[in-house]
Write a protein that binds this ligand. Structure first.
Ligand SMILES: Cc1cc2nc3c(=O)[nH]c(=O)nc-3n(C[C@H](O)[C@H](O)[C@H](O)COP(=O)(O)O)c2cc1C
Length: 356
């Protein structure tokens, strides 16, 4: 059985990946809460954690994603409270010059003792950036991965060259200094799903985040193979990590009942807010509230695994068997669900081979 890397999708946004109407007490993210769940994950043998970056939420009574902690500053502090896990922070590249990120990443590499990497978010959601005057022209959406390529060009130059020079369309760096250099080549992840994103990932990323609700194990394995093949054309290796929400209970029936309770109590106003934003994504045009299945709406269109501890473990093993590199897990209620996942699901996973 292949080893699967187990990751935690840090709860740094309110609501995380479920549009539930009854927010948990820790719905508003804090450092203490993120530290507590991350330390639980590290003690439980998880391999990595990722903090997303968000600048605007979707409203509703749960204020879904309206509250968020900034990814780099959060992960910087979390790095000092952990000792083994790989940590990733997301940067919305439209919002910050790559020289600042190069320096911040090098600093967190030092704080973490060489456990840090960067998630490149090209930015698809005009509303998030337009509110700050950072989306000056709608054309940005079409060239966002060209912009991302140049962003990587600057990061790589600053991280590796004594005197960095980079001349692009968007960035001009001349004889620039940056010391210290990171302790290792910092791993890059990217979560884009489009063809342009896969092209970018194949050239620059070490890991690709994948996983939509409609993807089953076969679809995820094919996508993982497609990304491996695209990277192979550039002489590179890229592992796929599936972002998924987990609902694991004693029995399949109990898990389905829990899932259905979220559906019955969903925050419809927040869902409508979220769907209103999707019109900015040209890949999703034509998708309407009425044409989207309820399950997909309540769980944000992301991959969902729902079943008994054994069913969930078998799903993880099936992904590992098919060559998926890892999973990045989100839970409706991290405080209760994560320790239970560690105690009850992981022992059934043959693909769980912790490096303590
Ligand atoms: C694991 C994971 C993490 C993501 N993190 C972020 C994030 O931090 N901020 C964000 O705006 N989008 C995030 N996204 C969305 C993607 O970065 C990407 O922009 C989106 O899927 C659209 O893909 P495209 O740019 O190829 O069209 C994430 C997606 C996944 C699967």
């Amino acid at each position: 059985m292949n080893k699967l890397d187990f990751g935690l999708f840090l709860p740094n946004t309110s609501g995380i990946t479920v549009f539930g109407a009854e927010p948990f007490p820790q719905n508003v993210p804090t450092f203490a809460y993120n530290k507590s769940v991350l330390q639980t994950a590290e003690a439980g043998g998880f391999d990595f954690a990722l903090s997303q970056v968000k600048w605007r939420g979707f409203g509703g009574e749960t204020h879904h994603w309206n509250y968020s902690l900034e990814a780099f500053s959060l992960v910087s502090a979390l790095a000092a409270c952990t000792s083994r896990m790989q940590l990733y922070a997301s940067v919305a590249i439209r919002t910050v010059h790559p020289a600042v990120i190069a320096k911040m990443a090098t600093t967190i590499d030092d704080i973490s003792g060489g456990r840090f990497g960067v998630n490149i978010v090209s930015g698809w959601n005009k509303v998030e950036y337009d509110q700050f005057g950072l989306w000056d022209e709608d054309a940005y959406y079409n060239y966002r991965y060209k912009y991302a390529e140049e962003y990587m060009g600057v990061l790589n130059a600053l991280w590796s060259e004594e005197s960095a020079t980079y001349q692009g369309k968007f960035f001009h760096v001349k004889d620039a200094e940056m010391l210290p250099k990171p302790s290792r080549r910092l791993p890059i992840v990217c979560a884009g799903q489009s063809d342009e994103a896969i092209e970018f990932i194949s050239k620059y990323a070490d890991y690709a985040f994948v996983g939509r609700m409609k993807d089953d194990v076969d679809a995820l394995a094919s996508l993982s193979d497609k990304i491996k093949e695209a990277a192979g054309e550039h002489g590179r290796e890229v592992g796929s990590l599936v972002l998924m929400t987990v609902i694991a209970e004693d029995t399949d029936e109990a898990a389905i009942a829990k899932r259905d309770a979220f559906i019955a109590n969903a925050d419809d106003a927040a869902i409508r807010g979220w769907m209103g934003f999707q019109v900015n994504d040209t890949h999703k045009q034509g998708i309407t509230y009425d044409s989207t299945p309820t399950l997909q709406k309540v769980f944000m269109g992301l991959h969902l695994v729902c079943g008994s501890y054994e069913t969930v473990a078998a799903h993880m093993d099936a992904l590992a068997e098919r060559g998926v590199k890892g999973v990045c897990l989100s839970f409706p209620d991290y405080m209760a669900d994560l320790p239970r996942f560690i105690a009850k699901v992981l022992p059934h996973c043959k693909s769980y081979q912790p490096v303590h």
